[in-house]
Design a protein around this ligand. Sequence first.
Ligand SMILES: [Zn+2]
Ligand SMILES: [Zn+2]
Length: 243
Amino acid sequence: MGIIKALQSSTGALLTLLYPPHCVICSVSLEAREYLCEACKSDAKRIRPPYCKICSQPFDGAIESDFSCANCADRRFHFESAVTCYRSSGVVRDLVHRFKYNHEYYLRHLLSAWLKEGLEDPRIGSKPFDLIVPVPLHPSRERKRQFNQAYVLATMLSKQTGAPLSNCLKRIRKTPTQTRFDRAERMENLLNAFKMRKNMGVQGKQLVLIDDVFTTGSTVDECARVLKNAGAESIRVLAVARG
Ligand SMILES: [Zn+2]
Ligand SMILES: [Zn+2]
């Protein structure tokens, strides 16, 4: 065993001794170095068919064919589809919130594993992509939060897949939170909020745009519009949770 390997493995053993693994939700002790116990893991609601083929909104009922939900039926997004594997409720919403607002940076491992499950969805996995692009935060918000959650998740996905990350978008306008706006107000709120950084070629590229939560799609759609205007061939969205 090399000295580095030996050090790493003894550091790991020491860490386990000092901080025995426990569930990040209910604190029960765990055998393996994991983040959730089986009970809390089963509380994360996986999105199962039927769901909207564009935005992954689950549909509570029996439906056999592909369908678009009411949110997507009369809209033309600038992205092809938005893939999320989990509903933003219960433990998922709680952990995304703790990651973003409570500086619990270590939760990136768990959240990026949930994000990565989306690669198996044929809407993402059936054709290759050239670049991974995170939704940017306004610099003042990023300073306050200490990191951009979408950038952190995109970096981890880039390492795992080998697809390069491009931080080609920047947020030039600080926008108030969208939750209380209707669709027209959201579009107005986002107008000119994003811009391409200089000399960041996306021409002819197939992109995967990363965010933590997908809710109405207005933010990622505005990002996709800017990327399309810069010559991107296609944009698919991948997010951890469906709000
Ligand atoms: Zn637990
Ligand atoms: Zn939809």
